[in-house]
Design a protein around this ligand. Structure first.
Ligand code: ADP
Length: 262
């Protein structure tokens, strides 16, 4: 049953991913096919027009190629290297970086209430997730507002949130009082490449990557948002009970700093 559940969650995540990609790719393909068809029609009588349509088709094809390249880079992303981490210590270490990233017009409040509970996740991915959520909050706040980043202990009963098994979870909450999202936008935020930000500012990969990471870590992500009021993102990650002996037996990855916080 457990394995089936995990498989279903995986399919669900893959479904969301492929849905978004197929949509974007299809749009690009429509430009290519449309351009070629028009070019073919104008080829004999209006060669200049035909050549303009060919240029459009070419551009569409280039964009589709760029999409698949980004997609490959995304799919090839680093395998997860989970470790037993103290979320409060991890967040504590990031405070300065977050403050600097957010700027001084936004009031940032940190609350550490995981009280020694540990999670078993990839540190790099966890840090990326937190930073990404903060950047999204900053972008939504247009320069000023209130941002709260908090860890708490949560006791979930069976299926209380998504398909999470009953148990103890560490919840990371990132709450902003920015522009919020319409239900239509909220429904699409986990699609890869879905962004409402101007070209060059957003990739639309932040939340889809976080979604994948959280699911792989056997957690859940929930977003509540109200247009004009703000957004609250919650990530629930299973608590990991770590024996003292286990703490010492975890071999740190050679490429990275040891990830255990006392
Ligand atoms: P990106 O930030 O590159 O656009 P994301 O996947 O992180 O990609 O986010 C997708 C979209 O979700 C954003 O473009 C934005 O429209 C919306 N979004 C994400 N976080 C927030 C937030 N805190 N407040 C309002 N909108 C948000």
């Amino acid at each position: 049953v457990e394995e089936n559940l995990r498989q279903m969650q995986k399919m669900d995540a893959i479904g969301q991913l492929t849905g978004g990609i197929a949509h974007d790719f299809n749009n690009m393909l429509a430009v290519v096919v449309g351009g070629l068809e028009l070019a073919k029609r104008k080829l004999r009588l209006k060669p200049e027009e035909a050549s303009r349509h060919l240029a459009n088709a070419m551009e569409g094809a280039h964009r589709a190629a760029a999409l698949t390249r980004r997609l490959l880079a995304f799919a090839r992303s680093e395998p997860l290297l989970p470790n037993a981490l103290d979320p409060d210590a991890l967040l504590g270490d990031m405070e300065e970086l977050i403050d600097r990233t957010i700027g001084d017009q936004i009031v940032v409040t940190f609350r550490h209430h995981a009280q020694g509970w540990r999670i078993f996740v990839d540190q790099q991915q966890m840090e990326n997730a937190i930073l990404n959520l903060c950047v999204n909050a900053r972008d939504a706040m247009d320069g000023r507002g209130k941002l709260t980043i908090e860890t708490t202990q949560t006791r979930l009963s069976e299926n209380e949130i998504g398909e999470c098994p009953a148990g103890d979870y560490v919840t990371l909450t990132v709450k902003d009082d920015g522009c919020g999202m319409s239900p239509e936008i909220l429904a699409r935020v986990f699609e890869p490449f879905f962004t409402t930000k101007p070209v060059g500012k957003g990739t639309g990969l932040g939340l889809s990557q976080i979604f994948g990471f959280v699911r792989q870590s056997e957690g859940e992500i929930r977003i509540e948002s109200q247009e004009g009021k703000g957004t609250t993102v919650q990530i629930h990650l299973p608590r990991r009970i770590v024996a003292e002996t286990e703490l010492h037996s975890i071999v740190p990855d050679v490429e990275r700093e040891p990830t255990l916080h006392p």
